[in-house]
Design a protein around this ligand. Structure first.
Ligand code: NAP
Ligand code: MG
Length: 478
């Protein structure tokens, strides 16, 4: 696959651009190359998006919603083509690629439905004969920058609310996962989205992403990625007072109290940690279990980890694919080393699996580590891979104190059958989401976004529409 940018409804070659290689994380083979589209690509895409904006804004919201629904249908119909493409560039098992595409489609459908709910307010008696109203205006050109772990859903979270509110979009996928995104843009336009409404510009963050974030005609950056890059985006956006939504890193705690359904909690912890090879912002990254059950919990998760089948994403039966990159695997290995050096005991996994298949990709065994020091890297930093620390705690207050002893505040879970303790945890944990006795599934209906260093603003839910519009006040006198 050799490719181009997608600008103004068509393939857009970037003459003379450097080429970046995309490799399959499961076996190192070359998937294709993309151009570093850079300033030239971004300038062309922003110009196309700016030109398309007035007609798109003038399109009735319900019509925009119908088009977004058509795009969703077209993506769904292309699942058999897109899923292997996603597995090749991202590494995840085919089953998870299909699931991701399904979520992408559902999110677009959700916003297609919400297109009928976009409205302002009115005040009838301001002064004699004077009425007021508020208008909800789109921002204009929105820049969307996403990482590689869920390239399609993280983009759909931005496209859905941006499109139905009347914005046009320039998207920059991660340099390592560009192909599905480029194909999505082609599919969207074939389904009827007008030229220039959805443009995709491939390239690296430092060059192409930076050109997008600093472009004066881009009114908002919707960013998902790491906390350090998110902070940099916010600083860059400040130059033009661009709006930002930042969905950043997390270190989500899962608390299991002594009255919980322990087996269900163990399943949720295992699923929450090892899905997508542990590379999810909302993955369970720290487990705190009441001391009376903590060893049972740790052993239970270790057993589940030990039973997972590792393999290339296209191999039948694979439950855990490779990590996405060599650096990602090296970071996990270092964090594990630090956890062990601080006193942690490895209960499952612990290293790179042996075997010819595993030598070709970035595989790491699903690993459970018991009771490392609470100031080791697995507690303080984000762990972005299949590594789960479990700590014993002394009841609810201790659990919440440790859960909150993190710079992050994205998601959190609590398992207990005591309604009062569940409510106390939900209120007191510093996080944008708390699941009670539930797996960490994200719902389109509920707003999602981190506290503390996990982000700024919300995606999902009707709430997200606010982040793609400006409120304007109008006064009428008669
Ligand atoms: P990252 O390095 O921050 O990259 C994210 C995106 O930003 C990529 O497209 C990257 O481009 C681009 N980028 C990098 N530098 C840039 C710059 N100077 N200007 C503009 N764009 C720039 O993220 P990552 O570490 O790969 O992704 C994993 C992180 O994302 C984790 O921390 C995870 O928790 C977080 N995440 C958060 C959520 C959420 O909803 N809160 C969801 C998923 C992931 P290139 O990679 O092409 O250089
Ligand atoms: Mg990257």
């Amino acid at each position: 696959m050799v490719t181009h940018a997608f600008i103004n409804g068509a393939a857009h070659p970037i003459e003379g651009a450097d080429e970046l290689e995309v490799r399959d994380p499961g076996d190192g083979s070359l998937v294709g190359t993309i151009p570093e589209a850079g300033t030239r690509g971004i300038d062309a895409a922003v110009e196309a998006a700016r030109a398309a904006f007035p007609a798109w804004w003038a399109t009735p919201a319900g019509e925009r919603g119908k088009l977004v629904a058509k795009v969703a249908d077209a993506i769904e119909a292309a699942t058999d083509e897109l899923a292997p493409m996603l597995t090749a560039e991202q590494g995840k098992p085919l089953r998870e690629s299909r699931l991701e595409l399904h979520r992408c489609v559902e999110t677009l459908r959700h916003y297609a439905g919400l297109s009928l709910n976009i409205r302002g307010t009115s005040v009838s008696d301001l002064d004699t004969g004077t009425r007021g109203m508020t208008l909800s205006r789109p921002l204009g050109v929105v820049g969307a920058i996403v990482p590689w772990n869920f390239p399609t859903t993280l983009l759909a979270n931005k496209l859905g609310p941006a499109f139905v509110t009347g914005n046009t979009v320039v998207a920059k996928p991660d340099e390592t996962t560009p192909f599905v995104t480029l194909r999505l843009a082609e599919i969207a336009h074939a389904a009827g989205l007008p030229a220039g409404v959805f443009n995709v510009v491939p390239g690296s963050g430092e060059v192409t992403g930076q050109a997008l974030a600093s472009h004066p005609d881009v009114r908002k950056i919707a960013f998902t990625g790491s906390t350090p890059v998110g902070k940099h985006i916010m600083r860059t956006a400040a130059d033009h007072l661009k709006r930002v939504t930042l969905e950043l890193g997390g270190s989500d705690p899962l608390i299991i109290l002594d009255d919980a359904d322990v087996d269900a909690a163990i399943s949720a912890a295992s699923m929450g940690r090892f899905f997508n090879c542990g590379q999810a912002c909302l993955a369970i990254k720290r487990v705190y279990a009441d001391a009376s059950i903590a060893e049972q919990v740790a052993q239970g998760i270790a057993e589940k980890a030990g039973r997972l089948t590792l393999g290339h994403g296209t191999t039948k039966g694979t439950q855990l694919g490779p990590l996405h990159s060599q650096e990602g695997r090296a970071t996990i290995a270092k964090q594990l080393e630090d956890a062990v050096a601080s006193g942690g005991e490895v209960l499952a996994g612990g290293g790179v699996p042996e075997g010819e298949v595993y030598d070709r990709g970035w595989f790491h065994e699903p690993t459970v580590v018991w009771n490392p020091s609470h100031d080791s890297a697995v507690s303080v930093d984000e762990t972005f891979g299949p590594l789960l620390p479990v700590w014993p705690v002394d009841g609810l207050d201790d659990a919440i104190a440790r859960a909150n002893a993190s710079p992050f505040g994205l998601g959190s879970s609590v398992w207990t059958n005591d309604l009062g303790r569940a409510m106390a945890a939900a209120e007191r944990i510093d996080a944008g989401y708390t699941w009670v006795n539930s797996r960490t599934k994200v719902y389109d209906e509920l707003p999602f976004g981190g506290l503390k260093e996990s982000g700024y603003g919300k995606e999902h839910g009707e709430e997200a529409l606010r982040y793609y519009t400006e409120v304007k006040s109008v006064v009428f006198r008669s």
